[in-house]
Ligand binder design. Structure first.
Ligand code: CAA
Length: 403
């Protein structure tokens, strides 16, 4: 019988590139991030037995993971298995959970998860042409820009059903900008106010430009390994974070018409419930939350789904935190709000399917006490959430410090 500790799967290293506009291809960004992750723990690409990749929008490929592994020289090799995961923006979290299962059940000792994209490199028109296709269906009735319009529809549902206000939606962007301003890699350097968000150009009926995920280029990588791998490589057994549980659930690719929307289309609640069950924890045990926030309503529903606010109260929760942050500039933002200390998609930056990687990487830094000025004291457990499409897939993973 394997001992309990021999089944522990750890996220042992992370790597990323800058988010600045680049001429590099997504696969090059993935490689740069992966090399940064492997060198941080003194291993080589040849030590990797499994690779999971999420596809890019700027340069998509048939069998993305095979393309990436071949480009990087990880294939051909004996005993290497690679897979492409496509759950949209939930991809990195789905991949993290899949990597855990590869280590637990498939005998792979070290798995890399990579994501990279260069959507800032595309012209605005070309980006929209591609982005519009991803969630388009003739029955959806969503005009271009399809994705902001889809989230706008959900925001209106949330306003009609739960009384969410326009200021509460705008507060999400303002709060994320306050968080991003303290991260050296974040695209947003200066915090913005609710008034500035509301004065930015309208994109849809209740969605302005500063309430859209911020288009960016960038790559990121994770390394997931077994205790046996750590021992073989002489890496301390307590390195990184333990992946203690996760859950996933799905919704439709595009939302029903406004009058037909009901709670059935949402999946974050179910994914979170499954993750809490598997990790045997509740919201009170979580010290850091990396929540998907491509649009304000996504963050509002996430704070409710994870249990930080009651159903329908997520907007009020974020608005009250905004007022607290603004009224207490001498306090560290993370002591007021333990969410997205990096600034999320709205302010840190959003290279298409990559951004949930940043939720995971920030959770890794918080758990390993390497978050610098953004550090939350004594983080024992962190929750990370990725959302794909327009609430079409939710993946939640819970990390712990192993104690
Ligand atoms: N914060 C600060 N600045 C922002 C911003 C934000 N959140 N969003 C845009 N801007 C800035 C841009 O940086 C740009 O400034 P510069 O010219 O100085 O660089 C300016 O506003 C104009 O932005 P765009 O060039 O993008 O403008 P556009 O007119 O071509 O397009 C838009 C506007 C249609 C709203 C487009 O920006 C857009 O579609 N954004 C949303 C991107 C998106 O939906 N991403 C996916 C989110 S859903 C998801 O993540 C799930 C999944 O499965 C992938």
């Amino acid at each position: 019988m394997p001992s309990r500790s021999s089944k522990v799967v750890r996220l042992i290293s992370t790597g990323w590139t800058s988010l600045a506009k680049t001429t590099k291809a997504p696969v090059e960004l993935m490689q740069e991030a992966l090399v940064s992750a492997t060198s941080a723990v003194g291993i080589n690409l040849s030590d990797i037995g499994g690779l999971i990749a999420v596809p890019s929008l700027a340069d998509p490929h048939f069998m993305e993971a095979h393309y990436v592994a071949t480009h990087m020289g990880i294939l051909p090799a004996k005993n290497v298995v690679v897979r492409t995961v496509d759950t949209g923006g939930a991809g990195p979290v789905t991949a993290l959970l899949a990597a855990k299962r590869m280590v637990e059940y498939e005998g792979v000792d070290c798995v890399a998860v990579v994501a990279g994209d260069a959507v800032r490199q595309l012209s605005g028109d070309e980006f929209l042409r591609r982005a519009d296709q991803t969630c388009y269906h003739p029955a959806s009735g969503l005009p271009s820009p399809v994705i902001p319009s889809g989230y706008d529809r959900i925001a209106r549902y949330q306003m009609d059903k739960f009384g969410v206000t326009r200021a509460e939606l705008a507060a999400c962007s303002a709060v994320m900008s306050i968080m991003a301003a303290q991260h050296p890699l974040a695209m947003t350097k200066v915090p913005r106010t609710i008034e500035e968000v509301l004065a930015s150009p309208p994109v849809a009926s209740v969605t302005n430009l500063l309430e859209c995920a911020r288009r960016a280029d960038g790559g990121a990588a994770l390394l997931i390994a077994s205790p046996r791998f750590l021992e073989r490589k002489g890496i301390p057994s307590s390195t990184g974070a333990v992946i203690i549980g996760g859950g996933e659930a799905s919704g439709p690719l595009y939302p029903p018409q406004l009058e037909d929307i009901n709670e059935d289309m949402f999946s974050c609640e179910q994914a979170t419930k499954l993750a809490y069950q598997e990790a045997n924890v509740s919201v009170r045990d979580i010290d850091f939350f990396g929540l998907y926030d491509c649009y304000p309503v996504c963050l509002i529903r996430a704070v409710e789904a994870v249990g930080l606010a009651d159903q329908g109260q997520g907007g009020r929760y974020i608005l009250s935190k905004y007022h607290e942050l603004v009224a207490n500039p001498e306090k560290r933002p993370q002591d007021i709000l333990p969410i997205n200390t990096h600034g999320g998609l709205l302010a840190f930056g959003a290279p298409w399917e990559v951004p949930a990687m940043y939720n995971i990487i920030e959770a890794f830094h918080q758990i390993t006490n390497t978050a610098g000025t953004r550090q939350i004291p004594n983080v024992r457990r962190a929750l990370t959430y990725g959302n794909g499409g327009i609430f079409s897939h939710s993946a939640v993973a819970i990390l712990g410090n192993g104690i």
